[in-house]
Write a protein that binds this ligand. Structure first.
Ligand code: F6R
Length: 584
């Protein structure tokens, strides 16, 4: 993972990059480092810890330079140590390299660079010495970077600062990298929001692009030395989206954006939903692929498609390998991803390069978005909290649309959406918020919480459990209530709490299952549109027709958030995690 941002121009780079790297911290937060061009050479400052801690330690705000690279790390190769923080320098301190990705053949390359002095355990350091090796042979910096890039295997984007050059050099392959064109200079970054306050003009780079970023101009060539002409896109989100505003955390800001986003869907352009519905209708088999939360959305979508007469299955990205002998040319794939950069999915794309692909994706310029035949941008806007919230509900709604439109139930889908939006007014009312507070207070000290549901509610339960685990570090397990009696019931005692997601379709069966839990002393937290005798605690949700899962998901997201708040945790940056998972 990791986040990189660089600036080269006529303005002072440091304020831009300080702001930018804070906006990239969601990509990793084990350590921070920077390379700053100066008259006396390249200044490197780096250490373990959160971005702001390291910035304050070295008073980075006091530096000034027109050319610099900042990096925030999520450790993949080499432990969380100051010497493993990026950027990496060569033996002579002529160049500095910041990298996002994995160099798979680092060990053999390192061996071939035996004469060089390595100071870290990272794969990245191989790059700085490979470039140095070529420079020592008399190559110019561009050829040296190109040569290094041709030697490495795996997904990597990296930016190089050379003290002897006015330019920054960057290469993209696999890992994200975008170019931002501002009035007095240019940016290179892992994502657009990190510089969107200064420009909304961006170039989405393709794999194998090499950028030479001057103070005024830039050139892009590919690794075969051919010029590359990419369109300059204008992005349509504002920098306010990259800020918390009046909220304490991005997670709560993003949870609370959902009612507005659901309302916007009423006037959304559904042209690509209709195209996607046509494709799935004629598919032999539809595979819906995602990872983590996006896999839960895939499960939800597959269920809706099956209910609408379409043969569909949800697959966790990397698991597609096990289907390789049964995939046929008439199969259609739906790729679901917030970032559009998840390695588990990108890695299996070669298996389906001939198939029709639909993308239900938030990041429009991403690798996956570029690879699909029909793109449905979910329009969640920037999602910065590591725990995904609004992307889950929006993907779920679009997937439900595809299934219902394919079965000629488009009008019913829009009617249900409107019904949900009306009932949404009663969802986040004070009595409900205080009921969530009470439950959060109750579970904050527990080591385990069960989440139960049947049918679609089981999928929402899976997502609720994932949210609680991620941000509150409480072990949470979702179980299909219908299967509880086949083993997990043995775990029930009067110390156990189970959050039960209940709605109309499965109510009777679900209440029956809950009685079984109750009879063994279990405590039941009902998440339902009706209070029931079997509940010990109760949070009221609302009916949303085909979109009732949105109501449940919002309640469960709030429960996870409030529990983590009571525990005083770093909600937007849960330990060990990063938002965009570009490693396998
Ligand atoms: C959970 C979460 C992760 C992501 C997963 C896939 O809150 O954020 O489980 O859902 O890493 O990411 P995307 O959707 O970007 O492909």
């Amino acid at each position: 993972m990791c986040g990189i941002i660089a600036y080269n121009g006529q303005d002072d780079a440091i304020p831009y990059l300080l702001e930018g790297i804070r906006n990239l911290e969601y990509r990793g937060y084990d350590s921070f480092g920077c390379a700053i061009d100066s008259k006396v050479g390249i200044i490197i400052k780096k250490d373990i810890g959160k971005v702001d801690d390291v910035i304050n330690k070295y008073k980075i705000q006091d530096f000034s330079s027109s050319k610099a690279i900042f990096h925030t790390r999520w450790a993949t190769h080499g432990g969380i140590k100051a010497e493993n923080a990026h950027p990496m320098v060569d033996c002579t301190h002529r160049i500095a390299v910041a990298h996002n990705g994995i160099i798979e053949n680092w060990a053999e390359l390192k061996e071939s660079l035996g004469a060089h002095r390595f100071v870290s355990d990272t794969d990245t350091e191989v790059l700085s010495h490979l470039i140095e090796e070529k420079l020592n042979d008399g190559a110019d910096i561009q050829s040296a970077v190109k040569d290094a890039f041709n030697k490495i295997k795996g997904s990597s984007s990296f930016i190089v600062l050379d003290k002897q050059s006015d330019d920054l050099i960057a290469v993209k392959k696999g890992s994200p990298l975008v170019l931002g064109i501002a009035k007095n200079g240019n940016f290179l970054s892992s994502d657009v929001p990190s510089f969107v306050r200064h420009t909304n003009k961006v170039v989405y780079l393709s794999d194998s692009d090499m950028v030479v970023l001057g103070k005024k101009n830039y050139t892009i060539t590919n690794l075969m030395n051919r010029d590359v002409n990419h369109d300059v896109s204008t992005v349509n989100f504002s920098y306010q989206q990259a800020e918390k505003g009046d909220y304490e955390h991005f997670m709560i800001k993003e949870i609370m954006e959902q009612p507005g986003l659901m309302k916007n869907l009423e006037s959304a352009d559904l042209k690509n939903v209709v195209r996607a519905a046509e494709l799935v209708k004629h598919a032999k088999q539809v595979y819906l692929m995602g990872a983590g939360t996006s896999y839960h959305a895939a499960m939800l979508g597959a269920k809706v498609l099956r209910e609408n007469g379409i043969n569909a299955v949800a697959v966790q990205g990397q698991d597609l390998i096990t289907y390789r002998k049964v995939i046929s040319a008439e199969d259609v794939f739906i790729l679901i991803s917030q970032s559009g950069e998840t390695a588990d999915i990108i890695n299996v794309l070669p298996l389906i390069y001939k198939n029709q692909k639909i993308g239900v994706i938030n990041s429009e310029g991403s690798t996956l978005a570029k690879d699909v035949d029909v793109l449905i941008p979910i329009g969640a806007g920037l999602e910065k909290a590591v725990a995904s919230t609004k992307s889950f509900t929006l993907s779920g709604v679009y997937l439900t649309f595809i299934g219902m439109f394919a079965a000629g139930r488009g009008e019913e889908a829009i009617r249900d959406l409107k019904l949900m939006n009306i009932n949404m007014y009663n969802l986040l009312v004070p009595s409900v918020l205080s009921a969530i507070d009470k439950v959060a207070e109750k579970i904050k000290g527990l080591e385990n919480v069960f989440f139960l549901g049947r049918d679609a509610n089981y999928i929402t339960a899976l997502e609720g459990a994932l949210k609680l685990k991620e941000v509150s570090y409480i072990h949470a397990e979702a179980i299909d209530a219908a299967t509880f009696k086949h083993g997990p019931l043995a775990l029930i005692s009067d110390k156990v709490y189970a959050a039960a997601v209940v709605s109309e379709v499965t109510r009777n069966d679900m209440l029956y299952n809950l009685q079984e839990v109750k009879a063994r002393g279990g405590n039941i937290i009902g998440i339902s549109d009706k209070n029931e005798n079997v509940f010990d605690m109760f949070i009221r949700t609302q009916n949303g027709g085909a979109f009732t899962f949105v109501m449940h998901a919002i309640i469960l997201q709030l429960l996870a958030y409030k529990t983590a708040m009571l525990k005083g945790l770093d909600i937007d940056h849960p330990r060990n995690l990063a938002k965009t998972v570009t490693v396998l």
